[in-house]
Design a protein around this ligand. Structure first.
Ligand code: ADP
Ligand code: ASP
Ligand code: MG
Length: 404
């Protein structure tokens, strides 16, 4: 018995029947003597549909108005779920982000949670013994405007609430029954993990495994939230995300991830002199464009090439920005390639095992896949590939590390 935060994703609340299923999971937990705060995403593809609606009216709508619009999806699922719980005869109240006291900074469409004033939720739990349903993905900024946390942000709402309320457990209910060694929808032989560390999950999430929003993992680690990912469709133990995890078997890596939201820019024939890299990356930084993999070629006397990757959605802006400074940077041209993908392996085991990167490159060689760029850190290796090779690459790498 304790306080449990349960989060349900879009597929889990997609229609009336599924909302009723979620209402049963919540009320079963409540009936066992727990206090329950449930965080819901918008139903099915609602958020995508809302974005499409906005595009029809104004493809360059302000982020503020986009947040006003997108936040409505979660209000629908939450009120419907509260109605389903009322019908089952339990005390319940649904709250929007601002009613629940979720305060964020002012970065519309990618806001960060600064603080949660928990008084309202706490009094609903303590005084009214209500089940509390909270809209995921949203909060309010210092101007009393609605903000959203970025796509997939409901996971972060749930973990932030669990941390602020000092919940005993935060359960992320989704459409797969846990975290796998690769996306089980696309990769044959993907294996379910019983446990994974915060650090490994953070890398996997940041490298494209959307099963958890990366900031939710960051927050869970910071506040040591007891986190679990499980299915809303089947009653099975899920995957626990923890500080220290027991190794499933003697595997060198925990998983393979794929990220399509990437583009490569190449500055061709840049002057080979001090300060150029500084200028290029400062310009991008000033516009909040994050650069990921960077490759500088060996100089050819006077000139060299600098290639780097950014989010695909930032590629055009990055190009425009650098073109504006063409004269002072002194390059011939910028090539942009949006048909690339980043495939990564993650695992704490890399620290002790030499040759893990070579094994990954070997798998790609055997599958006749060319590598465009490479980057490594302590617990990950990433390669940039042609997008058309993405699925074959993930499968080949996964087979190499996980086939019996
Ligand atoms: P929700 O709507 O519940 O938030 P998401 O679509 O955001 O669900 O995340 C769940 C999906 O994440 C799964 O359907 C699966 O396709 C995908 N996924 C990607 N990588 C993994 C992984 N390593 N383990 C499990 N699921 C993964
Ligand atoms: N509904 C939002 C989205 O589709 C938030 C979420 O699902 O976590 O991105
Ligand atoms: Mg999600």
């Amino acid at each position: 018995m304790g306080l449990i935060v349960q989060k349900f994703g879009g597929t889990s609340v997609a229609n009336a029947e599924r909302i009723q299923n979620v209402a049963r999971i919540i009320t079963d937990t409540y009936r066992q003597g727990n206090s329950v705060v449930a965080v819901l995403s918008a139903q099915g593809d609602t958020t995508d549909d809302l974005i499409e609606k906005a595009q029809e009216i104004n493809p360059r709508a302000s982020r503020r108005e986009m947040d006003m619009l997108l936040s409505t999806g979660e209000q629908i699922s939450c009120s419907l779920c509260a109605m389903a719980i009322e019908a089952l005869g339990y005390p319940v109240v649904s709250l929007t982000g601002w009613q629940a006291g979720v305060q964020t900074n002012s970065s519309y469409s990618s806001a960060k949670i600064k603080k949660i004033r928990t008084e309202r939720i706490q009094s609903e739990l303590d005084r009214n013994h209500s089940i509390v349903i909270v809209t995921g993905f949203q909060g309010i900024n210092k101007f009393d405007d609605i903000t959203t946390l970025g796509r997939g942000g409901s996971d972060t709402s749930a973990v932030a609430l669990a941390a602020a309320l000092k919940a005993d457990l935060c359960q992320i209910y989704t459409d797969v029954d846990g975290i796998y060694t690769a996306d089980p929808r696309y990769v044959k032989g993907a294996k379910k993990l019983d446990e994974i560390t915060f650090d490994e999950m953070l890398e996997l999430a940041s490298l494209g495994a959307q099963v958890l929003h990366n900031r939710s993992v960051e927050m869970a680690k910071k506040y040591q939230v007891n986190l679990e990912v499980l299915s809303s469709f089947t009653k099975k133990p899920g995957t626990k995300v923890k500080e220290v995890a027991k190794q499933m078997e003697k595997t060198q890596i925990s998983g393979v991830a794929k990220d399509k939201n990437v583009a490569r820019l190449a500055l061709v024939n840049v002057e080979d002199k001090p300060g150029i890299a500084y200028k290029v990356f400062s310009l991008l930084g000033q516009k909040d464009i994050n650069v990921d993999i960077i490759l500088q070629s060996i100089g050819r006397g006077e000139t060299q090439d600098i290639s780097f990757t950014v989010k695909r959605s930032d590629a055009d802006l990055a190009k425009e920005l650098l073109e504006e400074h063409k004269a002072s940077l002194g390059f011939d041209r910028i090539d942009v390639n949006k048909e690339v993908v980043k495939v990564s392996i993650v695992g704490a085991g890399m620290l002790e095992n030499a040759g893990v990167a070579a094994k990954m490159f070997g798998a790609l060689y055997d599958a006749d896949i060319n590598i465009n760029m490479i980057s490594t850190s302590e617990i990950k290796v990433s390669v940039l590939l042609d997008e058309s090779d993405a699925n074959a690459a993930v499968q080949a790498i996964h087979d190499k590390f996980f086939a019996e």
